[in-house]
Design a protein around this ligand. Structure first.
Ligand code: HEC
Ligand code: HEC
Ligand code: HEC
Ligand code: HEC
Length: 467
C-alpha cells in the first residue's frame, strides 16, 4: 500500500517537472531592450594630447559620457585597435587603458590589427593580466592553432544569453603579425564557431575589425549574426544597415566617437533595432578625473622605465625611407651665430618653446609626445630621454632642415661645400602638423608666422639690403 503511494508521488513529481520544463520552453522570456555601446580605433588615446584646443576624444571623455548613460541591460565593447602600437611604452600605456575600460565596465575588447602586432607571448600574458576580457576568435597561436585570448564571451541580459564574438580581417596593411601569431580567415572561423554559439546563446553580436564591404558580406553569408559592429572603416557612419538578418553599425576615428545601438530582443532571440547614434566625443565634454589620473600614472611609469628607444643601438639612421642620413644632429645653438635673422624669428616662435610645453604637462619623458617636440628623436644622434631636456630640445632648426653636422663643419672650416640642405615645403610641416596634432594645416596661414630665410647681405655701395 505504502509502496504504491510512494510510486504515485514519484510519478506525479516527474510529470510535474516535465510540464514545468515544457512550459518554460514554450513561453519565451520577457522581451528586453539592450543598449549596446561600442568604440573602435582608440589607438592609445587615453587622454587627448592637447596639441590644439577644440580636440575631440580620449577615454577621459568616453568615461564621462558612459557614466551618464548608465542604463540597465547595457553592453559595452570595443571593436579593436585600442593599443597605439607594439613598442614597449605602448604596452605600458595599454595597461592603463585596460584599467580605464574596466572602470567603464566594458564587457569585452576585441583585438584589431594593432594588437595583432604583439607576439603570441605578449598576448597570452595580456589574457591573464587584463582586468577586462580580451576576445578574438581568429587570432591563433601558430603552434597549437588555439585562440590566444577568449574567442567569445557570453553574458546574461534579462533572461537572454548574449554572445560577444570577436574577429579581425586578414588584410593587414603596413602592420604585420607578431611572432608566433596566426590569423584565420573570418569565414572559416565563423563556420567553425557559429553552430556552437547558436546552441549557447540567444543573441550573437559580432565585433568585426574589418571594412564596410566585408561587414555586409559577413551578414550575407551568416544568417546567425544578429548584430555586427565594425570596424576598420575610414569614417564613422550614422547609417544603420540591415543586411540579411543582421543589423550593422560601425565607427572608427581614433577614439573620437561612441556608437550606441538600442535593440529589442524578444521571442527566442529575435532582435529589432529601436534607435541608434554615433556620438562624437566633443571638446566641451569634461574629462574624467579617474581616467586622467591613470594617464598620470602612465607618464610616471614610462618616465621611470628603461625603454628600447633609450638605447641608440636599437635606432636606425635612415628614418626616411630611401634617404641615407650621413650628417648628425648638432642642435639649434650651433646655427644661430651665422643665421642671426632666422634665429630671431625662430626664438620668438612657439617652436622654440615646444619642450617647455611638455614639461608643463609632465609629458617630457613620454615617447608619444617627444617625437614632435624635440630634434631628431628616434634617430641615433637625435634627442634621447637621458638628455632630460638639456639639449636637442624643442622644434629646432634641424627638426625641419635635417641633421646639420656636415653643413656646420663645412661652413665653419670653409671647406668645399659638398653638403646642401634640401629645399622644404608644406609636406615637411605636415609630418608633425596633421590630424589631432594640429589645427588644420594651411601653408599660407602657418608659414608667415615663422617665415625666415637667408641672411640679408649688406650691399656696401647702395647701403641697403640686397634680396
Ligand atoms: C605628430 C606630432 C606631435 C605629437 C606626437 C605630439 N604633438 Fe603636441 N603639438 C604638435 C603640433 C604640430 C603642435 C602645434 C599645433 C598647432 O599649432 O595647431 C603641438 C602643440 C602642442 C600643445 C599646445 C602648445 C601651445 O602652447 O599652443 C601641447 C600642450 C602639446 N602639443 C602637447 C603634446 C603632448 C602632451 C603630446 C603627447 C601626448 C604631444 N603634444 C604629441 C605636434 C605633436
Ligand atoms: C659658420 C656659419 C654657419 C653655421 C654655423 C650654419 N650655417 Fe647655414 N649657411 C651658412 C652660409 C654661409 C650659407 C649660405 C648662404 C645662405 O644661404 O644664407 C648657409 C646656408 C644654409 C641653408 C640653405 C641651404 C644650404 O644648404 O645652403 C640652410 C637651410 C642653413 N644654412 C641652415 C643651417 C642650420 C640648420 C644650421 C645649424 C645646424 C646652420 N645652417 C649653421 C653658414 C652657416
Ligand atoms: C618636428 C615637428 C614639427 C614640424 C616639422 C613643424 N612644426 Fe610647427 N609646431 C610644432 C609644435 C610641437 C608646435 C607647438 C609648439 C609649442 O607651442 O609647444 C608647433 C607650432 C607651430 C605654429 C604655432 C606657433 C607659432 O609660433 O605661431 C606654427 C605657425 C607652426 N608650428 C608652423 C609650422 C610650419 C609652417 C612648419 C613647416 C615649415 C612647421 N610648423 C613644422 C611641431 C612642428
Ligand atoms: C618649422 C620648420 C623650420 C624651422 C624650425 C626652421 N626652418 Fe629654416 N626654413 C624652413 C622652411 C620651410 C624654409 C623655406 C623653404 C626652403 O628654403 O627650404 C626655410 C628656410 C631657411 C633658410 C633659407 C634657405 C634658402 O635656401 O633660401 C635658412 C638659412 C634657414 N631656413 C635656416 C634656419 C635656421 C638657422 C633655423 C633655426 C634657427 C631654422 N631655419 C629653423 C623651415 C624651418
Amino acid at each position: 500500500m505504502k509502496r504504491w503511494l510512494a510510486i504515485l508521488i514519484l510519478l506525479g513529481a516527474i510529470v510535474g517537472v516535465g510540464v514545468f520544463l515544457a512550459s518554460r520552453k514554450k513561453s519565451p522570456p520577457v522581451p528586453v531592450d539592450l543598449t549596446v555601446f561600442f568604440t573602435c580605433d582608440a589607438r592609445g588615446r587615453l587622454v587627448p594630447c592637447g596639441c590644439f584646443s577644440g580636440q575631440y576624444g580620449g577615454l577621459t571623455r568616453l568615461k564621462t559620457v558612459l557614466d551618464q548613460e548608465g542604463g540597465t541591460n547595457s553592453i559595452r565593447a570595443d571593436v579593436g585597435n585600442a593599443i597605439r602600437g607594439k613598442e614597449d611604452y605602448n604596452l605600458i600605456e595599454y595597461k592603463y587603458m585596460l584599467q580605464a575600460y574596466a572602470a567603464m565596465n566594458f564587457d569585452a575588447l576585441n583585438l584589431g590589427h594593432r594588437e595583432a602586432q604583439l607576439s603570441a607571448d605578449q598576448l597570452s600574458a595580456l589574457k591573464n593580466e587584463s582586468p577586462v576580457t580580451l576576445i578574438s576568435a581568429n587570432l591563433l597561436d601558430k603552434k597549437s592553432g588555439s585562440p590566444l585570448v577568449e574567442p567569445y564571451k557570453i553574458i546574461n541580459r534579462g533572461k537572454y544569453k548574449v554572445a560577444l564574438l570577436g574577429l579581425m580581417d586578414s588584410q593587414m596593411q603596413n602592420e604585420s603579425l607578431g611572432a608566433g601569431v596566426g590569423l584565420e580567415k573570418m569565414e572559416v572561423t565563423l563556420e567553425r564557431l557559429l553552430p556552437e554559439l547558436k546552441r549557447k546563446a540567444d543573441v550573437v553580436i559580432l565585433l568585426a575589425f574589418t571594412d564596410e564591404v566585408s561587414l555586409s558580406r559577413l551578414a550575407q553569408e551568416f544568417y546567425e549574426l544578429d548584430i555586427i559592429l565594425g570596424g576598420k572603416v575610414s569614417q564613422p557612419s550614422q547609417k544603420l544597415d540591415k543586411e540579411n538578418r543582421s543589423l550593422i553599425l560601425y565607427t572608427a576615428n581614433e577614439g573620437r566617437a561612441l556608437g550606441r545601438l538600442k535593440a529589442k530582443v524578444s521571442g527566442h532571440g529575435k532582435v529589432a533595432a529601436v534607435d541608434h547614434e554615433i556620438k562624437l566625443l566633443q571638446d566641451q565634454i569634461p574629462e574624467s578625473d579617474a581616467v586622467r589620473s591613470m594617464a598620470e600614472k602612465y607618464r610616471k611609469e614610462v618616465r621611470a622605465t628603461k625603454l628600447s628607444v633609450d638605447d641608440p643601438a636599437n635606432l636606425q639612421d635612415n628614418m626616411v625611407p630611401g634617404v641615407k642620413v650621413t650628417a648628425a644632429y648638432v642642435g639649434s645653438q650651433n646655427c644661430v651665430e651665422c643665421h642671426k635673422t632666422a634665429a630671431k624669428v625662430w626664438q620668438e616662435s612657439g617652436h622654440a618653446e615646444a619642450m617647455n610645453t611638455l614639461i608643463n604637462r609632465s609629458a617630457d619623458a613620454d615617447p608619444n609626445c617627444i617625437a614632435c617636440h624635440t630634434v631628431g628623436f628616434g634617430s641615433p644622434s637625435g634627442y634621447r630621454r637621458e638628455f632630460a631636456g638639456k639639449k636637442l630640445v624643442d622644434v629646432g632648426c634641424e627638426s625641419c632642415h635635417g641633421p646639420g653636422s656636415l653643413h656646420v663643419e663645412q661652413r665653419q672650416k670653409q671647406l668645399p661645400i659638398t653638403f646642401k640642405f634640401r629645399p622644404l615645403g608644406a609636406g615637411d610641416c605636415q609630418k608633425c602638423h596633421f590630424g589631432e596634432f594640429s589645427r588644420p594645416f594651411d601653408w599660407n596661414r602657418f608659414w608667415p608666422h615663422i617665415q625666415h630665410g637667408k641672411e640679408p647681405v649688406r650691399n656696401a655701395a647702395l647701403g641697403k639690403d640686397k634680396q
